[in-house]
Ligand binder design. Sequence first.
Ligand SMILES: NC(=O)c1ccc[n+]([C@@H]2O[C@H](COP(=O)([O-])OP(=O)(O)OC[C@H]3O[C@@H](n4cnc5c(N)ncnc54)[C@H](O)[C@@H]3O)[C@@H](O)[C@H]2O)c1
Length: 391
Amino acid sequence: MKILILGIDGYIGWPLALRLIARGHEVSGADSFFTRERVREVNSDSITPIVSMEDRLQKLYQLWKKKIEFHKGDVSDPEFVYDLIKKIKPDAIVHLAEQRSAPYSMLGLKQATDTLTKNMIGTLNLVYAMKDIIPESHLLKLGTMGEYGTPNIDIPEGFFEIEYKDRKDFLPFPKFAGSWYHWSKVHDTNNLMFANKLWNLRITDVMQGVVYGTRTKEIEETDLYTRFDIDEVWGTALNRFCTQAVLDEPITPYGKGFQRRGFLSLEDSISCLTIGLEKPPEHGEYRVFNQFDEHYSVNELAEITSSTARDILNKRGKIEHVENPRIEKEEHYYNPEHSKLKALGYERKRALKEEIILMLKDIEKFKGKADNLRGVIKPKTVWKNSPGLDK
Ligand SMILES: NC(=O)c1ccc[n+]([C@@H]2O[C@H](COP(=O)([O-])OP(=O)(O)OC[C@H]3O[C@@H](n4cnc5c(N)ncnc54)[C@H](O)[C@@H]3O)[C@@H](O)[C@H]2O)c1
């Protein structure tokens, strides 16, 4: 299959490219290097060594004699998207190329506007280019489990049957996101459903849980790492906890720590996305996957990180709760369904504890870099103080 990965330079894009190439697909990719640049703006960096795209592709060719065609550009630029799609005419497009940090979107009005407009415009450019140039291709788009929020009822996979005043319908489940970033994904979802209704496009909308881990089997084979962020803006809770444990700093859950979310390993995320591509929806179908493996509370993550770091690295693993910078429920019901990927053949390969061991070992390997970034781990971005126009 000819597959175009938008956001190929990112945490998920790079290992997905390696997996798809290894499975014999023809892979091309695009990226604006937005994440590399914005992470530097908060004085941070990936602690795993990520070489330039040019060097990644050169090394890949030396190792596997396989080529990936790469184009630098921004998917919020319609000319770039139309030219790219006309040139490549892919059978499937994986759309990962969005601003993906909740704290970044809460830094202030500029970042909120940037996130909402760029993310939505990129997705709109794509669906228009698809209907004009490749109406039979498949769009696999990354949304997030965070679109649903934390309702006090079970969360279905996208749609649910509802009865109201004696009448029934099958409708999209209501969304209640917790940051401008998450709302940008909700707006994308609405636009994708409408594009599917208008033009019968084939679309998979992936509500992905939080992804953790530093390795996939192809990363292990090639030593071509993907990025791993540890700062309060770009690093997820588990990335920060593992880094704090390695640095022998206290592990810092936000607030009471009973916030519960869905998680899956990088290896499993890549397997799920591969299944989604190799088993595409029917012509005219819009489908939703809830893509996660298990749900954990922040406290459970902190505790398992702490005990693993004590056992394997002889660290202190101290846990110290800090004031929650976010506006979110700290104790809530959480029970999302996730059966569609399993029905298509997905089976978990890496469990949480096993992956935490690998993450701790990798962070220990790059401890010097993590050490230099100690100052960017603790929270500074406070949701309710998000500043407006700086006069
Ligand atoms: N990593 C997770 O835990 C997770 C969870 C849920 C959803 N997602 C979603 O999955 C996707 C990929 O996430 P990731 O963790 O790999 O993020 P990432 O930031 O590491 O990768 C995204 C890539 O897209 C590029 N990009 C961003 N905006 C672009 C634009 N307008 N034009 C061209 N390139 C652009 C970035 O430079 C980056 O290389 C994102 O849409 C994210 O919202 C990620």
